[in-house]
Write a protein that binds this ligand. Structure first.
Ligand SMILES: Cc1ncc(COP(=O)(O)O)c(C=O)c1O
Length: 489
């Protein structure tokens, strides 16, 4: 296939330029009926591209399997190395919901890495799947949760020999890449499919300077949140099927079930374009980004009190390789917190970060970013922040980014989410079974799941995170003064 082509994008632009008579939704009619400020903000062409689903010559036509939409999905499958791919317009979150719905066709129990994204837990609620959680290995030096080891997977498979699938996340938020080939081999030896949430690794397929992508390592189902580092618009993602271990028709009906009936043409076109950009230009652009990031890391380490996560992360037993496209800065040596440094960068330098917490700040870099330029600005800001905020460091070093203390699972997420429940003060919820997820964001790994018993440590962890400006996803009371818990007999 010609990866330089963008069939969906071209068909969409062609329709917009033809100025067709629009007697269909959306009601702004290609921008004519849109608010003037909105038109000015996004531009007339963006609004003219806003065509609905079910448009002839775009996603329907005499040969439904050969519309520009289907061609674009096939190009994506080829680019990432999949048998079949689905464009998603509700992010990788929608992909995780669809995966769980698909797996629930196959049985009841799934082996799930405990530090998966909260959307996997939501998928367990929707599908009713029973998770058997496997804790990720935790790096003793840094205190961060990494990947699932093959040994841990084999132990789980011994205890539960017939799960519907094994669900892992790789790369993790901090760039730890799992030994996907070995995990796939262990799962496949028992005829169990391996699902990899590779939301943070859409770019891995496009550079041989990076760890191999999960599909190349034999994973059966892979999810890429292309908007994260792959260059498409926010909310767009791709779900891939790599093998025949799971029936594509089941995945297809599950994607349809969770998807809007009005997918945005702009999001879809951005996926088509991002695929072309990654295949055609990715190799060169990623090579430049990776080289510049090496220099940037050296510049960060040269600032007193700062350190960075780098390829040393791959020395941990559960980590096979490292993805360098994020800059995770360890601020413990400055005596200031990551929250303070991030605030200073934002207020004094208008520099906005991906993540900040007590001991760490994270900046991410996308394909084609002029790191030499953007990096200079970041280094200037960091030097100033450290100069202004540093204070003497006393006592023992706290762990870098400790994983939340996870409580025991006593009910399935679905039974807890839908069962009899009541609202109690959060600070008095110790010992109760949570009826909702609580995930400090970012990175969105749930600290508490529906069905897990709350402990003092978990409550302290979340309260501390909120006190330092964190947000919690999943709680019905966003302030978390109260929490929904299960009523026990
Ligand atoms: C590992 C992982 N999976 C899934 C998601 C959800 O992605 P999206 O925001 O595209 O819905 C995230 C988002 O942070 C994530 O980190």
């Amino acid at each position: 296939m010609d990866q330089d082509e963008t069939p969906y994008l071209d068909a969409l632009v062609d329709l917009a330029e033809r100025e067709v008579g629009r007697f269909h939704i959306p009601g702004h009619k290609g921008g004519r009926g849109a608010d003037a400020r909105w038109r000015k903000a996004v531009g007339d062409l963006a609004l003219a591209l806003d065509f609905p689903a079910g448009t002839e010559d775009l996603d329907i036509g005499p040969d439904p399997l050969n519309t520009p939409f289907q061609q674009a999905q096939r190009l994506a499958a080829e680019a990432w190395g999949a048998r079949r791919s689905w464009f998603l317009v509700n992010g990788a979150s929608g992909g995780n919901h669809a995966i769980c719905m698909a797996l629930a066709h196959l049985g009841e129990v799934a082996i799930v890495q405990r530090n998966v994204h909260s959307s996997v837990i939501d998928g367990l609620v929707l599908s009713g799947l029973k998770p058997r959680f496997v804790a990720p290995a935790v790096d003793d030096d840094l205190g961060i949760a990494n990947c699932m080891t093959v040994e841990a997977l084999e132990r789980a498979l011994d205890e539960d020999p017939l799960p519907v699938a094994v669900f892992v996340v790789s790369p993790t938020y901090f760039g730890a890449v799992a030994d996907v080939a070995a995990l796939a081999e262990a799962a496949h030896a028992r005829n169990v499919p391996l699902v990899v949430d590779e939301s943070w690794g859409a770019h891995l397929a496009f550079s041989d300077e990076l760890p191999a992508n999960a599909l190349a390592c034999g994973a059966d189902v892979v999810l890429n949140s292309v908007h994260k580092l792959g260059g498409s618009l926010t909310q767009s993602a791709i779900l891939h099927l790599g093998t025949e271990r799971i029936d594509g028709r089941i995945v297809d009906r599950s994607v349809t079930l969770v998807e809007t009936t009005s997918p945005s043409a702009l999001l879809t076109a951005s996926l088509d374009a991002a695929r072309r950009h990654n295949v055609v230009d990715g190799h060169e652009l990623l090579s430049e980004t990776i080289a510049s990031l090496k220099g940037l890391r050296r510049a960060v380490v040269a600032i007193d009190g700062l350190d960075v996560l780098d390829e040393e992360i791959a020395e941990a037993p559960s980590v096979f390789a490292w993805d360098p496209l994020r800059l995770s800065v360890d601020v413990r040596g400055t005596g200031a917190t990551g929250n303070e440094i991030a605030r200073h960068l934002r207020l004094q330098h208008d520099i906005w970060l991906e993540l900040y917490a007590e001991n760490v700040i994270v900046a991410v870099f996308g394909i084609g970013e002029e790191v030499a330029e953007t990096g200079k600005r970041l280094i200037g800001g960091l030097r100033d922040a450290v100069e202004q905020l540093s204070r003497p460091v006393h006592g023992e070093r706290a762990p870098f980014a400790p994983p939340p203390p996870w409580g025991p699972t006593v009910m399935t997420p679905r039974a807890a989410f839908l069962g009899d429940q009541e609202v109690v003060p959060f600070s008095e919820s110790t010992g109760r079974i949570a009826a909702e997820s609580l995930a400090a964001y970012p990175p969105g790994v749930p600290n508490v799941l529906p069905g897990e018993r709350l402990s003092d440590e978990t409550i302290d962890f979340i309260e501390d995170s909120l006190a330092h400006g964190g947000q919690v996803r999943g709680a019905s009371d966003r302030t978390l003064r109260t929490v929904r818990v299960v009523v026990e007999e």
